[in-house]
Design a protein. Structure first.
Lengths: 259, 276
C-alpha cells in the first residue's frame, strides 16, 4: 500500500474540510507532517486537479477534480433524472426549492434539487449528507423503516458517539401519523416538509420542499393533498419502473458507512 | 509490494509518481457514475494491471472506492462526500430560461410561460403573468395531458415516434380536458397529424379556429439531439396580440431566445419516462 498516497488523501480532506484556503504551513501543522512532504503531496494533488492554488496565492482550495468526483458519485443515483421533473412541478407550485434525498447507509443524501421560483429561496447543497434522524428528509425515510432497522440506526448513532435526539421516537411516530416529516421550527412554525417515497412499503427516498411552507397558513389541506398526489406519481413510477430507482450503495452494510 | 516504510526516504520524484498513479486511478471515476474494472482502467490509463490493482486496493481501504454490487468492479465510495464540495444545483432549465421569460414579457407585455414534461403531462413550471383587464392566465403547476392543447403537442412532437406511440397507447382512450374545443386531441390519427405539422416548423404560431379569444407563439427549447427540454409560450388576447402582431415581433423574440437555445444544446434533455 502506498502510504504517500494515503498522506495525500489526508491532506486533500484537510483542504476539503476547511472553509478557507490553507497554506502548506497550516496543513503541515494540523497534520503533524514536515512542510516539504506536504508540499510534494499538494503538488501531486494539484496535478490531478484535486486541489488548486487560491487566486494565485500560496494557499490551496479544492480543485475541479474534487467536484467532478462528487458529481459523478451523485450521478450514480439514476432516480435523479426520473424525479427531477416532479421536483420542478413541486417547486413551481410551492415557490420553494424541492429536493430529492436518497439513502446512503444511515445518512440521507441530497441528490437533486429544483430551485424555487419565489423571490427568496433556500439553496440547499447537493451532496449534503446528514444522519437520518437529524434532518426532516432523513426522518421521512427513517420513520417508515421497520422497527428493527430503527433500532439498528440508534445503535449506529450510539457507536458514533452522538446521542440520538431524545424527541426522536415522538417525532417519528408523528411523522408516521401525518405521512410526512416537518423541519425545525422557525418562529413557532415548522419550516419545511418532507414526504417519504415508498415502494413495496419501504422508504427508498424522500422528497422535501425546503422553505417556510407553513408560514401564515400558506399550506392548507388542499395544497398538501396536491403535493402528496405528485409524490404518489413518483411512487407509481418507482413501482412500475423499479430499475430507475436502484441505489448504488444498497449493497453496502449501513453500519460500515461513516462520513 | 511495499512491506514497510523504507528506512531511507525515496527520492521525491519516485514517491510523487506512486501518489500520482493512485490519484489518476481515482480521477478516472470522475468521468461517469458507472462502475469500472481493472482491465478497463489499465487500458484507459496506460498502467499495468498490477499498478491499477494496487491503487484500487489503497483507494478501497480509504473508502474512496468500493466494490460494486457484482463484486467484480469498483465504484466511487461514500468517502468522496467527506470532501464536502457541496455542489450547487445542476444546470437547470428553469433558471436558464428565466432571463428570456423576463425579456419576452418586457417586449410584449403579455403572459409568458415555461412548460416541461412531467410524467405524461405538460406542466407550466415558471411564468410571468401579464397585468390588466384581459390577459391570459396560466394554470401554473397543474398537469395537462400531452395530447391535449397545442402547447402540449409541441412538447409531444419532440419525442421519438416510439415514445409518442407508447404514450398514445397508454393514454387510450384519449381523455379530453374539456375546457376548450381541441379536435386534434380526440383521435390518435389527429394527434399524429398535428405532430407532423409541428415537426415541420421551427416554432408554432397558433390561434384556435374554434375560439376567438387568444393567440400564441410557442417555441421549443431543444438539446443537441433535437429533444425538447421545455417550451416557451407567449400568449395574449387577439384584440392586441393577434398573429400579425406576433409576426412583427418575431425577429426580436427569436433574438431573445437565441442565447437560451444555444445553452440548451450543451446538455441533454431529460429522458421521457411516462408513468403508466
Amino acid at each position: 500500500m502506498s502510504s504517500s498516497a494515503k498522506r495525500a488523501l489526508r491532506i486533500l480532506e484537510a483542504v476539503g474540510r476547511s472553509d478557507r484556503a490553507l497554506s502548506v504551513t497550516e496543513i503541515a501543522h494540523a497534520l503533524s507532517l514536515p512542510p516539504g512532504t506536504v508540499f510534494r503531496s499538494l503538488d501531486a494533488l494539484a496535478r490531478a486537479d484535486l486541489v488548486r492554488r487560491y487566486q494565485a496565492s500560496s494557499r490551496y482550495v479544492l480543485g475541479g477534480g474534487a467536484e467532478r468526483l462528487q458529481r459523478s458519485l451523485i450521478a450514480g443515483f439514476h432516480m435523479r433524472e426520473a424525479v427531477l421533473p416532479y421536483l420542478r412541478q413541486l417547486a413551481s407550485l410551492s415557490g420553494e426549492t424541492a429536493s430529492l434525498h436518497a439513502r446512503l447507509g444511515w445518512y440521507g443524501l441530497r441528490v437533486a434539487s429544483a430551485p424555487g421560483t419565489a423571490e427568496v429561496t433556500n439553496t440547499p447543497p447537493i451532496g449534503e449528507a446528514r444522519p437520518l434522524g437529524q434532518h426532516y428528509a432523513g426522518r421521512a425515510i427513517l420513520a417508515f423503516l421497520a422497527p428493527g432497522e430503527i433500532m439498528d440506526y440508534r445503535a449506529w448513532t450510539a457507536e458514533q458517539g452522538s446521542s440520538p435526539l431524545h424527541m426522536l421516537d415522538h417525532e417519528l411516530a408523528a411523522t408516521r401519523a401525518r405521512g410526512f416529516a416537518v423541519g425545525d421550527s422557525d418562529g413557532g412554525r415548522p419550516s419545511s416538509i418532507a414526504f417519504p417515497v415508498l415502494a413495496q412499503n419501504r422508504p427508498i427516498a424522500a422528497i422535501a420542499i425546503e422553505g417556510p411552507v407553513f408560514a401564515r397558513g400558506r399550506t392548507g389541506p388542499e395544497i398538501l393533498a396536491g403535493w402528496r398526489e405528485i409524490v404518489r406519481h413518483v411512487e407509481t413510477l418507482a413501482r412500475t419502473q423499479p430499475g430507475l430507482f436502484g441505489n448504488p450503495f444498497a449493497h453496502l452494510d449501513p453500519q460500515s458507512i461513516v462520513l | 509490494m511495499t512491506l514497510a516504510e523504507p528506512a531511507i526516504p525515496e527520492p521525491p520524484r519516485y514517491r510523487n509518481q506512486a501518489t500520482q498513479r493512485v490519484l489518476s486511478v481515482l480521477l478516472a471515476f470522475a468521468e461517469s457514475g458507472e462502475p469500472r474494472g481493472v482491465t478497463e482502467l489499465s487500458r484507459a490509463l496506460s498502467m499495468s494491471k498490477n499498478m491499477v490493482h494496487r491503487a484500487l486496493t489503497t483507494l478501497t481501504a480509504e473508502g474512496y472506492l468500493t466494490r460494486d454490487p457484482s463484486g467484480e468492479r469498483y465504484q466511487l465510495g461514500p468517502r468522496v462526500l467527506a470532501l464536502g464540495v457541496g455542489t450547487s444545483g445542476e444546470t437547470d432549465i428553469v433558471a436558464l430560461a428565466r432571463p428570456a421569460l423576463e425579456q419576452l414579457h418586457a417586449l410584449t407585455a403579455e403572459s409568458v410561460y415555461l412548460s416541461i414534461i412531467v410524467g405524461h403531462d405538460r406542466v407550466t413550471v415558471d411564468d410571468i403573468q401579464a397585468q390588466g383587464a384581459r390577459v391570459l392566465r396560466s394554470q401554473r403547476g397543474s398537469p395537462v395531458p400531452l395530447h391535449c392543447t397545442k402547447m402540449s403537442r409541441v412538447l409531444l412532437a419532440h419525442l421519438t415516434d416510439a415514445e409518442i406511440a407508447g404514450y398514445l397507447a397508454a393514454a387510450a382512450p384519449l381523455r379530453r380536458p374539456g375546457r376548450f374545443p381541441d379536435p386534434p386531441s380526440e383521435t390518435a390519427a389527429g394527434v399524429w397529424e398535428d405532430v407532423r405539422a409541428i415537426r415541420a416548423v421551427p416554432y408554432v404560431l397558433w390561434r384556435n379556429p374554434l375560439l376567438s379569444s387568444a393567440a400564441y407563439a410557442i417555441f421549443p427549447i431543444r438539446d443537441a439531439q433535437a429533444r425538447a427540454h421545455a417550451i416557451v409560450t407567449i400568449g395574449g388576447p387577439r384584440e392586441r396580440f393577434d398573429l400579425p402582431d406576433i409576426e412583427a415581433l418575431l425577429p426580436r423574440m427569436r433574438a431573445i431566445l437565441e442565447p437560451l437555445e444555444r445553452e440548451a444544446q450543451a446538455f441533454p434533455a431529460p429522458p421521457f419516462l411516462g408513468r403508466a
